[in-house]
Design a protein around this ligand. Sequence first.
Ligand code: NAD
Length: 451
Amino acid sequence: MSYQLVNPATAEAMETIEHTSLDQTDDAIAQAKSAQRHWAGLAPAERAEILRSFADAVAKDVENLAALEVRNSGHPISQARWEANHVRNVLEYYAGAPERLMGKQIPVAGGIDITFHEPLGVVGIITPWNFPMTIASWGFAPALAAGNAVIVKPAEWTPLTTIRLGELAREAGVPEGVFQVLPGRGSVIGNRFVTHEDVRKVVFTGSTEVGKTIMRGAADQIKRVTLELGGKSANIVFADADVDKAAATAPSSVFENAGQDCCARSRILVEASVYDRFMQGLEKSVAAFAVGDPTKDETEMGPLVTSVHRDSVASFVDDDKVAFRGSAPTGPGNWFAPTVLAPTSLDDRCMREEIFGPVVAVVPFKDEAEALEIANSTEYGLSGSIWTRDVGRVIRVARGVESGNLSVNSHSSVRYSTPFGGFKQSGLGRELGPDAPLHFTEEKNVFIPND
Ligand code: NAD
């Protein structure tokens, strides 16, 4: 089987990607299993050096990787450059881990007791189409650093940058079989990661629906999983905040990557007394949000990834509820103008379901308690922002929102040095931050007697 890629901004047909078969997947897993033993046996400093070379190879290829992401995914070029540099940074950060994977010496009677962090073996990483290369790196960099072999299955729609990262890894000296990329179908390759006994952990980023299938399947072998799933995050604006700044920055928190972002703040909750003022500011900032040709430096938002996805996003927009829209090109390409909805009911579909496009719903709230109640009224809990000048409220609301990643008076994007992951049905486990390599190890306890 194969898949014909289409440029999202021009609707032009591009490369055809051959899909990996089940037999080829099994061969890759066997190769990874044998390569992993050698990789884990290298001196920690040697593994670190190879990961640094991989980071250097990515650094030299930033322009090429960014151009591939623009063509394949429609990401604006400035954002795609940030993503490629981020992959370099993630590799560089975790290149420090092999030499710091320290166990403990625990006081016991009659001898010594020490712990080791042993690699799991083969790790399967399944990625979504919205941030193909960055999300892959959050899994493969710490997994490789901890001595595992890794197989990445990119999403069907957006495999090009991940395939390129596989080539760069080999050129940089990552031994054959230690880092493999298998383009193809989730139901074939991804599912094989779940059912094959030699794959010891599955890192899945994607929809909550598929995440549940992976978790169910993994139960059969008590297989380790990390799940990074959907989101419906709230941007909460209190009346005492810098309301103008909150309105000016809100578009970037939800329309970046055309809203195809698990952390998109797709619900804005505004204290009723400043709702009108906020909406006036938001209308201006949405009108100024630059949507267009993703190859241009000044573009802030490109097209949606495919026409199928554009239709899915459009299904959430009921013209009666549109407060205002920004602009978008017409003609070929999966264009969708940034859209602001003002729903009259908190039960509206746009307030509950993940839209994964440039559509945001804005609703008023009366007090802090109601803001928290609305913010927590979804099955998700990934991200969010809180705008207020009251320090006590910052503490209360930040502790009260059921979400893994919050920012105050800002909309911080993901940082490789801090943990990232979801509450509730937004996921299980954490990626990034200093502890990520430990999530690709088993802790082993060894007692050695004195005599
Ligand atoms: P998806 O669940 O449709 O697909 C994700 C990946 O899983 C793809 O590679 C796909 O081929 C594979 N897959 C599909 N069926 C499978 C199966 N039965 N077994 C194994 N693998 C299978 O998601 P998507 O549409 O590509 O991505 C969008 C979703 O990803 C959104 O819900 C978004 O919120 C989520 N996401 C979450 C995070 C996070 O960190 N929490 C980050 C980005 C995206």
